[in-house]
Ligand binder design. Structure first.
Ligand code: NAD
Length: 471
């Protein structure tokens, strides 16, 4: 009996599907098939590769509602978000398709000939995705990797393989070559590890916890594997006294409650200038209480369940009895529910103020002045995102430059657009995804010198005449 993954609907705990897990031996077979498919794919004319990726985008678009409903059922995402996520996959494919013919190298002036840089595909790329945004995060890496001429082996999280499997079927329907994009559901330590350790996989794009990301980096180093790591966060939402407090308080709830707080960019440390601390909490309380938590498929629901019982237990462990704060409402009964929670009067070094909870829980921490705000914002091992609320443009610029994080927004909480770069400082990751350079991250740069000389003997003497010795 093969190992099976049981997929639960997190809003009801009903079994949605069972999916066979991929063994290490099957990973090896998939790598061999992918390597073959990649050779043909890289040899296609750029325009043809772009056309096939656009057709893949169109096919996804035609199945948007089906993909969104699948995301609601397996991940508990609210329907509006799930629709956006399926649309995001389409947009990522379209955007990457536009890069295929624009993936150009350079011509660099040198004496004695012509120097060209060529961007070559890496080969087979392994993408290891988390459960929190199964579709978009898988596509962040898959779309540009394919566009740059690579094959992709995608390992979705144990709890959320269904949309990934459907996307692979849609790729075939759109006409992408067989085995070019394969989905390998399975357990992290088995299927994920096998990808990381396989010598035939040139690069791993890993999105997940910082702890596992470090293992991926260490194990991949055996083959000097290229890695992009998108890891955890504990992002600050800095509210200065001169901000539009009403706007800041209205926006704060969904900045950490979206996707039930299971968002690496969640603004879970709300830093508020002491002089407006109480006023801000007065404004925040009704905003938190107004958040509708319930059936993710119902229109008007703001927040659904957590992904699993394990995640629910983890979140509960941070909210110990006796802590003050604001609590919203959540359904009782089956499903992995936790109410919106804002904790006040918390020690900035307490576990809940320092560790990534990955649930609908934020802490409010007061600060005195700009320097204190920057100190608190940076008092974390993470550096993924952050927001700054102020009416002072100079302060917005100063604080944006002083906060050590990869994705900041001023007077908003926006972090992720497929056409702007995304990634973390410090222990939030290595490398960047999305944006204009997304395809380049899936290439090796080759430098080729073409001599002007007509014979091989003069070529040697010309090449060494004004340059250093060959290394
Ligand atoms: P996780 O690290 O447990 O798992 C992520 C993926 O890695 C899963 O597919 C899992 O099966 C796989 N995996 C687990 N052990 C492995 C191993 N030994 N070798 C190879 N693969 C292995 O993380 P999670 O709980 O699924 O996701 C939540 C975490 O992801 C949070 O910490 C969150 O901040 C982070 N995250 C980061 C970003 C970002 O872009 N920075 C985005 C989303 C989620």
């Amino acid at each position: 009996m093969p190992d099976q993954l049981q997929i639960l609907n997190p809003a009801t705990e009903a079994v949605v599907a069972t999916v066979p897990a991929t063994s290490a031996a099957e990973v090896h077979e998939a790598v061999v098939r992918a390597a073959r498919a990649q050779t043909g794919w890289a040899a296609l004319a750029p325009g043809d590769r772009a056309r096939l990726l656009r057709r893949f985008a169109t096919t996804v678009d035609a199945h948007l509602e089906e993909l969104a409903l699948l995301e609601v059922r397996e991940a508990g995402h609210v329907l509006g978000n799930a629709r956006w996520e399926a649309g995001n996959v389409r947009d990522l494919l379209d955007y990457a398709a536009g890069g295929v013919e624009r993936l150009t190298g350079r011509q660099i002036p040198v004496p004695g000939g012509l120097d060209l840089t060529i961007l070559e595909p890496l080969g087979v790329v392994g993408v290891i995705a988390p459960w929190n945004f199964p579709m978009p995060i898988a596509a962040w890496a898959t779309a540009p990797a394919l566009a740059a001429g690579n094959a992709v082996l995608l390992k979705p999280a144990e709890t959320t393989p269904l949309t990934a499997l459907r996307l692979a079927a849609l790729a075939l329907e759109a006409g992408l070559p067989e085995h070019l994009f394969q989905v390998l559901p399975g357990h992290g330590p088995v299927t994920g590890s096998a990808l990381v350790e396989h010598p035939g996989v040139a690069k791993i794009v890993f999105t997940g916890s910082t702890a596992v990301g470090k293992q991926v980096l260490a194990k991949g180093s055996a083959h000097l594997k290229r890695v992009t790591l998108e890891l955890g966060g504990k992002s600050p939402n800095i509210v200065f006294a001169d901000a539009d407090l009403e706007a800041a308080a209205t926006a704060a709830p969904m900045s950490f409650l979206d996707n039930s707080g299971q968002d690496c960019c969640a603004r879970t440390r709300i830093l508020v200038q002491r002089s407006v601390h109480d006023r801000f909490l007065d404004l925040l309380t009704p905003a938190i209480e107004a958040v509708t938590v319930g059936d993710p498929a119902a229109p008007g629901t703001d927040m659904g369940p957590l992904i699993s019982r394990a995640q629910l237990d983890r979140v509960r462990s941070y909210v110990t009895p006796g802590l003050d704060g604001i609590r919203g409402k959540a359904p009782e009964g089956p499903g992995f529910w936790f109410p919106p929670t804002v904790l006040t009067g918390v020690d900035p070094t307490a576990r809940v103020a320092v560790e990534e909870v990955f649930g609908p829980v934020a802490v409010v921490l007061p600060f005195d002045d700009e320097a204190d705000a920057i100190r608190l914002a940076n008092a974390t091992e993470y550096g993924l995102a952050g927001s700054i609320w102020t009416r002072d443009l100079g302060r917005a610029l100063r604080v944006s430059q002083a906060v050590r994080a990869g994705n900041l927004s001023v007077n908003s909480h926006s972090s992720v657009r497929y056409w702007t770069p995304f990634g973390g400082f410090k222990q939030s990751g290595i490398g960047r995804e999305l944006g204009p350079d997304a395809l380049t991250a899936f290439t090796e740069t080759k430098n080729v010198f073409l001599s002007h000389a007509t014979t091989s003997t003069t070529a040697t003497s010309t090449a060494t005449s004004t340059e250093g010795p060959a290394q």
